[in-house]
Every structure is written in structure tokens, then in C-alpha cells.
Design a protein. Structure first.
Length: 299
């Protein structure tokens, strides 16, 4: 439940921030009359995301076991790819997201009314489809549906509340640190989803090695124990893991975390260097001001 809560919280906060930025810019630029069209687009995006989640949940029913496992495994791998892209994209564009959205609004406002609807639908729809797919994959990995869904709904509700408080200026959050920490967590969760997707493909007969276990710690970590359930629900940990699952987990998590943290350190270093340059440039100007004031004759 914790994993799905954080997924809903992060994805929901991203979508909420997008909505807040778009709304604030329309109001500040004197185009409040376009807000209803923006909400139409947002409503369409939410509806499509819910429909997509329902299709993922109920669509495969009636198929053979092998077909269901093949679909589940393939979509789990797709979900991992989308979430990985999203994590790196947000880390790269978080500081320029507002400017990017402002440009889209300006371009759409000069055209037909459907342009604003399209901006709202695309801006929120991407987050919604990613959330639906990844939550579905995470729920498949845990073998439950109610608890993961409840966790995701709670996360989305908290995200909407935080977005509202940020919009009203009541709350201030270091969004950079928030997205960095949750990004690390999502990479670990995605590793578990990838491992489970590999297991599904093995059960479907598309990949070998279903009965070749890398380890089996079911005796120490029973799947039905509270800590086994916690590990399963949070990181999709399986006490009995095949060699292919273990290799996939390590091959994904280690390099992905390395590049993610490397990019974070580089961006932090670049920001510090830019701040130092700005400070150095301001010193001569301040010195010149002091000299001119000192040299000025007293009246």
C-alpha cells in the first residue's frame, strides 16, 4: 500500500502542479474566460485515464492463463520504461516546466478553442496514463487490487490537497528534493515491477528459467507474514526469485540509480556554479556604487 500511495502522491502532485500552473497563467494573463475550456481538457484526460485503467483490469479476462501472463508481463515492462522516462524527464525539466507550459498556452490561445482543451488534455493525460499503467502493474505484482487502489487514491487525494495549499500560498515544499527522493523510491519500485513482469513472461512460456531459483527465503520471510506482505506491497519483493528475475532487477536498478544520482549531482553543481558567477558579477557593481558614493562631494 505504501508503494502505491507514494506513486499516487508523486504522479498526482505532478498533474496538480501542471493544472495550477496553467490556471494561474491564464488568470494572470487576463484570459480567465478560457478556464472552462481548460477544465474540459482536464476532465477528458481524467476520464480517458480511468477508462484505460478499467481496460487493463477487465480486458484480459476470458483469455487463457498464458495469454493473461504474456499481456501482464509485457505491460509491466512497458510501465517500467514509461516511469523511468518520467523520472528522468521531471528531474531535467522541473525548473523550466512553468515556462514550457506558458508557451503552450500562448500558442493555443491564439488558435481555435479546441487548442486550450488539447493543452489541458495532453498535459494531464500523460500523467494519468502513466499512473494508470504503473499502478495496474504494481497491483498485478502484489496479487491484490483493493489495497493498492486504496493506497493510490489516498496518495492522489493528498496530492490534490498539497496542490491546493501550494496554490493558495499556505504551504511551501522544496519540490526539487521531493521529486528527487520519490524518484529514487520509484526506481526501486519499478525494479520490482520489472522482476514481476519477467516472472509473468516465464509463466507464459515466453522466457526460460521458471524453475531455476536464484534464492528462496520463504522460510525466513514467509509471503503471508506482515513483513513479507510489507516488502511485497512496497518493493514487489518475492521470497522465491528466479535467476532471470534477479538479473533483470540488478541490471535495471543499479545503472538507473547511478545515472539518476549522477545527473542530480551534476545539476546541483551547475546551480552552485551559476549562483557563484552571479555573486561574482554583482561584486564589481556594488564596489562601483560604493566608490561613486564616496567620491561624490558632500552637499
Amino acid at each position: 500500500m505504501l508503494g502505491n500511495f507514494l506513486i499516487g502522491l508523486r504522479e498526482g502532485l505532478e498533474a496538480t502542479l501542471v493544472v495550477v500552473i496553467l490556471m494561474a497563467y491564464l488568470v494572470k494573463s487576463g484570459r480567465s474566460h478560457l478556464l472552462p475550456k481548460l477544465w474540459i481538457g482536464i476532465g477528458a484526460a481524467v476520464s480517458i485515464s480511468i477508462a484505460f485503467g478499467a481496460l487493463l483490469t477487465f480486458g484480459p479476462r476470458g483469455l487463457t492463463f498464458e495469454a493473461q501472463e504474456a499481456i501482464g508481463g509485457s505491460l509491466s515492462i512497458v510501465a517500467v520504461g514509461m516511469v523511468t522516462w518520467m523520472v528522468f524527464w521531471m528531474a531535467r525539466t522541473a525548473r523550466t516546466l512553468g515556462t514550457e507550459l506558458h508557451g503552450k498556452i500562448d500558442a493555443a490561445a491564439t488558435g481555435a478553442a479546441w487548442g486550450i482543451i488539447l493543452v489541458g488534455a495532453l498535459s494531464v493525460g500523460r500523467e494519468g496514463l502513466e499512473t494508470a499503467l504503473f499502478l495496474w502493474a504494481a497491483a498485478q505484482a502484489t496479487g491484490e487490487s483493493t489495497v493498492p487502489l486504496l493506497g493510490a487514491v489516498l496518495g492522489l487525494a493528498v496530492a490534490v490537497l498539497l496542490g491546493y495549499l501550494l496554490h493558495r500560498g499556505v504551504l511551501k515544499i522544496n519540490l526539487g528534493k521531493f521529486f528527487t527522493v520519490t524518484g529514487i523510491f520509484l526506481i526501486l519500485v519499478a525494479g520490482g515491477v520489472l522482476s514481476y513482469g519477467i516472472h509473468d513472461l516465464q509463466e507464459a512460456g515466453l522466457l526460460p528459467g521458471l524453475h531455476h531459483l536464484a534464492f528462496d527465503v520463504s522460510g525466513a520471510i514467509p509471503p503471508d507474514s506482515w513483513y513479507g506482505t510489507l516488502l511485497k506491497g512496497t518493493f514487489n519483493f518475492s521470497p522465491a526469485t528466479t535467476w532471470l528475475e534477479a538479473i533483470a532487477w540488478w541490471a535495471y536498478v543499479v545503472p538507473t540509480l547511478y545515472f539518476y544520482l549522477r545527473n542530480y549531482r551534476r545539476s546541483q553543481a551547475a546551480r552552485k556554479a551559476a549562483a557563484a558567477r552571479r555573486a561574482a558579477q554583482s561584486i564589481p557593481a556594488e564596489a562601483a556604487t560604493v566608490v561613486s558614493r564616496t567620491a561624490a562631494p558632500a552637499s
